[in-house]
Design a protein around this ligand. Structure first.
Ligand code: PAF
Length: 286
């Protein structure tokens, strides 16, 4: 029988719980999420439980990482189901603050990573990564974990968070966890719930196209040419528009034409109002 996960909503209570564990010499992992949990999040929790004695998951739909007209108000909120999944998985603590706890009146600070945030998703979602780094910095300072785990599906987010942690000397090891997919290849995402049946049937073309494009690049086709062809393929498959298909170095996210170092192929494309992102390794990191 699994234990019901404890839920705290105040930073002071969170700190008290973590201090108690620290006094016993226990290691702590943090898994930040926005809820609407799926098997992808559960793989983060499973990996966290393998590495640390105690696991804190956070659920916070962070308003400052959504732009005007984005899906903040309709983002799925299902805390009871999420808490049940976390309990079953053996997560020790759920931190689920209200907006006023994270951003009280007078809140005026922003954490911003330059460069890495400017292309790819940053181009279509101005300010998005500033919201992500601000909330992740706060969560890391609130929990002060040994490790924090993030999914590789949001690959640019992971690179930006690694940069922030390094630049600000935050004493947390950032761990990237591989993408979990449906049987047809679609990367798991809380936003997949927005897809109609027709859109859901088109969606796996994103991963299929990335795989075929990665193969073409590995066979010597210049990345810019292969990525342009991939964008056309996605539109032919039924995507309304393609924000980008790009080959980038794994850490710096610098553009790559013929990959020789660890690098990724990344894409974002739209089905109706839903924006799907995905990525595959061109040359995997060691
Ligand atoms: O990837 C997410 O779910 C969010 O961007 C994160 C890291 C929890 C910050 O709000």
């Amino acid at each position: 029988m699994s234990h019901e996960v404890d839920v705290v909503r105040a930073v002071a209570d969170l700190r008290g719980r973590v201090r108690y564990w620290r006094d016993q010499g226990l290691g702590v992992a943090l898994v930040p999420t926005m809820g609407a949990l799926h098997r992808g999040h559960m793989s983060l929790i499973a990996q966290a439980l393998e590495t640390a004695d105690r696991v804190v998951a956070s659920i916070f739909v962070n308003p400052i990482q959504f732009g005007p007209g984005e899906d903040f108000s309709r983002y799925p909120r299902q805390e009871a189901e999420d808490a049940a999944m976390l309990s079953k998985a053996g997560c020790h603590l759920l931190f689920a603050p209200q907006v006023a706890e994270m951003y009280p009146d007078g809140f005026a600070t922003q954490v911003r990573v330059a460069g890495l945030t400017e292309g790819l998703c940053g181009a279509a979602r101005p300010g998005h990564f500033d919201g992500v780094t601000t909330v992740v910095a706060k969560l890391m300072l609130q929990v002060q974990p040994d490790i924090a785990l993030f999914g590789e599906k949001d690959y640019q987010q992971l690179a930006v968070i690694r940069r922030m942690v390094c630049d600000l000397d935050i004493p947390v090891s950032v761990v990237g966890v591989g993408i979990v997919r449906e049987e047809d290849g679609l990367a798991l995402s809380s936003r997949n719930a927005y897809l109609s049946a027709e859109q859901r049937a088109i969606a796996p073309a994103l991963y299929r196209t990335l795989c075929a494009t990665a193969e073409a690049i590995a066979a010597g086709r210049p990345a810019s040419e292969a990525c342009a062809a991939a964008a056309r393929t996605l539109v032919e498959a039924g995507f309304e528009s393609v924000d980008y298909v790009e080959a980038r170095e794994a850490d710096s996210l610098a553009p790559v034409e013929i990959p020789v170092r660890p690098s990724r192929l990344l894409a974002a494309a739209r089905l109706g109002t839903t924006r799907l992102i995905d990525n595959v390794a061109l040359i995997p990191a060691a």
